[in-house]
Write a new protein. Structure first.
Ligand code: PA5
Length: 444
């Protein structure tokens, strides 16, 4: 197997699938012709090609940061960090953070945990570190707060001049506090184009710069993405994995399967699931509609969630990401004493055990009434990850239009921000502050 492959046959039959042919093709046309809601946010469709002109500048900046820094802190939240973390975690060694490897990549601005930030500051004390601050709006509280703390720390530790060389900002071309700050401080910047939303931005500088800083091959990532983006935006229904995925999951949703569990059998893929959850959750969860995206890491979570998946409420379907060939080979040794009784596995690769666990689980879950979709990747490398990203992005745009919503906005995310700003007495929120304080008093 050379490329990504999608199989629906353990969830629906060909006759059921065919009923979605016209609908998915029409949703794809709406997406690619830019005639649907949110059509000013479809720049990601051509990103694998369009971004090529910036690759050498991104790589040059990454090389500079890699030379200058022992630790690079990626500051960002949601779409401004999940894609990079997904690719980096999937492709670096599992224990990269314990290795004597430079630079180490760490993350901040994706939470407001005081202990997290305090402990991060402790880690960075006395170290050569740099910061990539990523925020499209340039106004998001979590990254802004972390950046303020880390920028001051870097300036105190390394001096303002050196700090300037080690800070790179990725934000809007003109708008937002981060753009103003970066311009005034003279930081290097990359632009997030207006027509690319955060959760679709992994193949822009948002994802590419951190990924290149981790020493990974961003050209190969883009090659894989470009190939599959091309297939998924042009191929006919039967040969188009993104259309088959969108058709299958929407069919299952309409049959009452309201939860999609993304399943992996490699712990390195944990953050691919986190990225996918944001992509689908924030794109589809609107107007009281949308499949709830959830995820599990198997076989780990078979010992925590397995019972529910097998016998709990039947509102689930699974989408399994299966990796055909691991990057390393490990064979189970024979043991003369066989005290653990494992000699029946001797001589087999660990991956064979994992694959049998995967197959056995898929069959058991199907028997238990959990339909099963399958995505197969040949290997975990940059090219395959690029393919997976493009597949999921097109599948998401098409699914959103099939659902009848705008897949590219996120109005619901504002509700918590408004309350938080009101409670924190942010200037401009006086009316909201009065209203929320009254509400809290009443509840007490
Ligand atoms: O997908 C999105 O648009 C969001 O998840 C954003 O990425 C997230 O809210 C961060 O926003 P910003 O990059 O403006 O700080």
């Amino acid at each position: 197997m050379k490329d990504i492959r999608f199989t629906y046959s353990h969830a629906l039959n060909t006759h059921e699938l065919q009923q979605y042919k016209e609908e998915t093709q029409s949703a794809l046309r709406t997406l690619t012709e830019g005639t649907g809601a949110g059509n000013d946010f479809i720049g990601w469709l051509s990103l694998p090609k369009d971004i090529r002109s910036q690759v050498s500048a991104i790589q040059k900046t990454a090389d500079r940061l890699r030379n200058q820094c022992d630790i690079i802190v990626c500051v960002g939240i949601g779409g401004s960090y999940l894609g990079a973390k997904a690719v980096i975690d999937a492709l670096l060694p599992s224990f990269a953070w314990l290795e004597d490897r430079k630079p180490q990549i760490v993350y901040a601005g994706n939470n407001i945990g005081e202990d997290y930030l305090y402990e991060l500051q402790g880690l960075l004390r006395g170290k050569n570190f740099g910061i990539i601050c990523i925020s499209k709006s340039g106004t998001t509280t979590e990254p802004a707060l972390a950046f303020r703390l880390l920028k001051i720390q870097l300036e105190e530790q390394a001096g303002k001049e050196t700090a300037r060389e080690r800070i790179v900002c990725i934000t809007d071309a003109k708008k937002g506090a981060l753009r103003t700050l970066a311009t005034q401080e003279g930081y290097d910047t990359f632009v997030i184009e207006d027509n690319i939303g955060g959760r679709f931005s992994v193949l822009s500088p948002v994802g590419l710069l951190p990924i290149a800083c981790a020493g990974l091959d961003i050209n190969a990532l883009l090659d894989g993405a470009e190939r599959v983006m091309d297939v998924c935006t042009t191929a006919d229904f039967a040969d188009n994995p993104a259309l088959l995925y969108a058709a299958s999951r929407n069919h299952l949703y309409r049959q009452g399967k309201k939860i999609e569990l993304l399943v992996n059998y490699h712990p390195k893929l944990h953050y691919v699931s986190e990225w996918w959850k944001q992509l689908y959750g924030e794109s589809e969860g609107k107007e009281n509609k949308g499949i709830f995206p959830a995820s599990v890491d198997f076989t780990t979570d078979l010992h925590s969630m397995g019972q529910y998946v097998q016998e709990g409420e039947r509102h689930l379907f699974e989408t399994v990401i299966s990796v055909a060939e691991p990057n390393h080979k490990l064979v189970v040794p024979s043991d003369e004493a066989n005290l653990d009784g494992l000699n029946f596995l001797a001589g087999k690769r660990v991956d064979e055990v994992n694959k049998m666990a995967e197959l056995g689980t898929r069959l058991a879950h199907m028997d238990g009434g959990v339909p099963n979709l399958l995505i197969e990747l040949p290997k975990l490398n940059e090219y395959a990850l690029g393919e997976l990203i493009a597949f999921f992005e097109v599948g998401c745009g098409v699914s959103g239009y099939m659902l009848g919503i705008n897949p590219f906005n996120q109005p619901g995310v504002e509700a918590y921000k408004k309350n938080m700003f009101a409670l924190l007495h942010k200037p401009g929120y006086e009316e909201a502050t009065a209203a929320i304080e009254k509400r809290i008093q009443k509840q007490n």
